[in-house]
Write a protein of this length. Structure first.
Length: 114
């Protein structure tokens, strides 16, 4: 897996772990904290990590990333996984956040549109 893709997967894993601890937290805040952690660990600018989600995955904005993360974490949707699979070839371990044993349990969200 490329370094660029590793950054994306690391951020997703961080968001997922934080969400498990605090399922009522804002996905945006969890994503921001995850990006900062990954950037610090890799000693790169946070804008570089953000760029991976928008430009490399053809996202229109970070709010679109947040929406996809939210839908995956709260409802188990596959859209984020499908986007990653479309843009990059993966073998099983590389898509670990999306494996059956890693999927975040569904959390009921109040007043969420279906």
């Amino acid at each position: 897996m490329s370094a660029k893709m590793k950054e994306i997967v690391e951020v997703i894993k961080e968001v997922q772990e934080s969400f498990r601890s605090c399922p009522d937290a804002s996905i945006r805040k969890l994503r921001i904290a995850a990006v900062e952690k990954v950037a610090k660990k890799r000693e790169i600018d946070i804008r570089t990590v953000y760029d991976k989600f928008t430009r490399k995955l053809d996202m229109n904005s970070l709010s679109e990333v947040d929406r996809l993360l939210d839908e995956w974490l709260r409802n188990g949707t596959k859209e984020l996984e499908n986007i990653l699979r479309y843009h990059y070839y993966f073998n099983g371990k590389e898509l670990e956040p999306f494996s059956k044993n890693m999927v975040t349990p569904k959390v009921k969200a109040k007043n969420r549109p279906k």
